[in-house]
Design a protein around this ligand. Structure first.
Ligand code: HEC
Length: 207
């Protein structure tokens, strides 16, 4: 479910940007007749795409691993997306080039922030080099709780339930060190990953 929504979101955001870029280029180059035709032809499609954009965006936001606190980058992203909408509406209605360009700038900027954000989310609270290589619990709390939760059942960002995992210790360590699908790899030593895998197996798996 989470992965499907994430892929849908990426797809509709890309389509949305694509339509937007074309419209802005047409407006900026003064091809107003072409812009009218293009806008008319893509109107229904654009409505579907923007609705999906918002709905999937809201769903993914609810699944973000924040541990209760929002990150300022996230706020900037949401403000940029929300601000770009009325600016675009007014810009295109009045054929105002500056507003149209500004709105495109905001929406592409927020796309960039989303990319940075995806990389940062799930980053460890502190550097793992400060944590003993055999302290599986501390390493789990520093790196995994955000998504998987203290009991392994949290499921933020589509994280799998670790109490129900069927993976053995070496396979868990492999997921940690290499990442898998939507889970980014976690930056820690092989010894530390082994300690976390033991912690997951002994304290969360089957509990
Ligand atoms: C940013 C969120 C996030 C963080 C942080 C995170 N995970 Fe994950 N984890 C996921 C997601 C998403 C999946 C599902 C990946 C997939 O679909 O293959 C996952 C899957 C797993 C799996 C596979 C479970 C199975 O049964 O197949 C294991 C094991 C796992 N994580 C352990 C950890 C451990 C241990 C840590 C900390 C060192 C950690 N994860 C940190 C999001 C996260």
């Amino acid at each position: 479910m989470y992965k499907g929504i994430l892929h849908t979101h990426t797809l509709v955001v890309t389509l949305f940007l694509f339509i937007y870029v074309i419209k802005t280029i047409l407006l900026l180059s003064g091809k107003n007749d072409l812009l009218t035709v293009f806008s008319k032809k893509t109107r229904v499609f654009e409505m579907i795409v923007s609705t999906l954009f918002l709905v999937t965006g809201i769903y993914l936001t609810m699944k973000l691993p924040f541990g209760g606190k929002f990150d300022y980058l996230f706020y900037i992203k949401v403000i940029m997306v929300l601000a770009s909408i009325p600016i675009a509406v007014v810009g295109f209605k009045r054929s105002n080039k500056i507003l149209a360009a500004l709105s495109l700038l905001l929406i592409t900027g927020s796309y960039g922030i989303a990319e940075v954000y995806a990389k940062r989310k799930g980053a460890p609270k502190e550097s793992n080099t400060l944590i003993a290589a055999n302290d599986g619990k501390a390493l789990y709390e520093n790196n995994c709780v955000l998504c998987h939760g203290a009991d392994g059942k949290n499921g933020a960002s589509g994280a799998l339930n670790l109490s129900a995992t069927t993976l053995d210790i070496p396979s868990i360590a492999t997921v940690i060190l290499n990442g898998r699908n939507t889970m980014n790899k976690v930056d820690m030593s092989a010894e530390q990953a082994d300690a976390v895998a033991h912690y997951v197996t002994e304290h969360l798996k089957g509990h």
